[in-house]
Write a protein that binds this ligand. Structure first.
Ligand SMILES: Nc1nc2c(ncn2[C@@H]2O[C@H](COP(=O)(O)OP(=O)(O)OP(=O)(O)O)[C@@H](O)[C@H]2O)c(=O)[nH]1
Length: 226
């Protein structure tokens, strides 16, 4: 694939991409789930902990309004109020692994779905189905997709949202792992989008797998491979 090409993503790292702090805690969580021997139960448990961190980091990128409250000791706390009018949009199927963590913190959040799959022969992403709230054009979108490799499927999903009237700067792409090629593919086409990720991998190999990588996130999460 792209091993010979280097992608200069410094600009996107400043403007578009929020990478979770690469501290020991996060690296230990990643070490458990990247181990090919890990049980499915542990894969789901520990990847869900990382997904929760990603969701909180994504919510932090939304706008906030000032809000004062009176504390129990009669003082004023100069705080902030959460943004409203959100919509979570998992890209079926792997993105659905992130939905429950989003619902756990925003229980009433609207959820739309987009199904895009890679054609086995052409390797190109193919759009099959979507079901989105009618007023999606008024909402902030948390687009959920754990893998951003070549960026092909992500670009189809983002374009669909834009065609529905969503503002590009209101899309937050919550992603588990990516590579410079994927960041470049998405951010060069959609410069106002924001991406939250827990890891930027070294590169894509000739089969478009991220290296060192995690394998197929959806298969490991949903248990469709042993
Ligand atoms: N923005 C944000 N909202 C949060 C968070 N945690 C809980 N919420 C709640 O989730 C709501 C998010 O907005 P939506 O679910 O889109 O609700 P809404 O715009 O009031 O109502 P609908 O139009 O019915 O979707 C906020 O009103 C908060 O009460 C958070 O971390 N960030």
């Amino acid at each position: 694939m792209s091993n010979s090409t280097t992608y200069d993503i410094d600009k996107y790292l400043k403007q578009n991409v929020h990478v979770l702090p690469q501290n020991n805690q996060l690296r230990a969580l990643h070490t458990i789930i990247r181990n090919r021997q890990v049980s499915r139960e542990d894969f789901v448990f520990y990847s869900s902990r990382i997904i929760r961190l990603l969701i909180e980091a994504g919510l932090n990128l939304l706008p906030f309004e000032p809000l004062e409250v009176e504390t129990p000791v009669g003082n004023t706390y100069n705080g902030l109020q959460f943004a409203s009018k959100l919509c979570g949009v998992p890209i079926i199927r792997a993105g659905e692994s992130m939905e429950s963590e989003l619902r756990a913190v925003c229980p009433a959040i609207r959820i739309g779905k987009i199904l895009i799959q890679r054609d086995k022969v052409t390797k190109l992403p193919h759009y099959y189905y979507s079901n989105l709230p009618e007023d999606i054009h008024e909402r902030h979108i948390l687009m959920l997709e754990p893998m951003l490799a070549t960026g092909g499927s992500a670009k189809v999903a983002i374009q669909l949202l834009l065609d529905k009237g969503v503002q590009e700067d209101k899309i937050i792409f919550v992603n588990f792992i990516t590579v410079p090629e994927g960041i470049h593919a998405v951010c060069s086409k959609y410069p106002k989008i924001k991406i939250v990720t827990s890891s930027i991998e070294e590169e894509l190999n000739e089969n478009a797998f991220m290296i060192p990588g995690i394998g197929d996130f959806g298969d490991r999460y949903f248990g469709t491979v042993n």
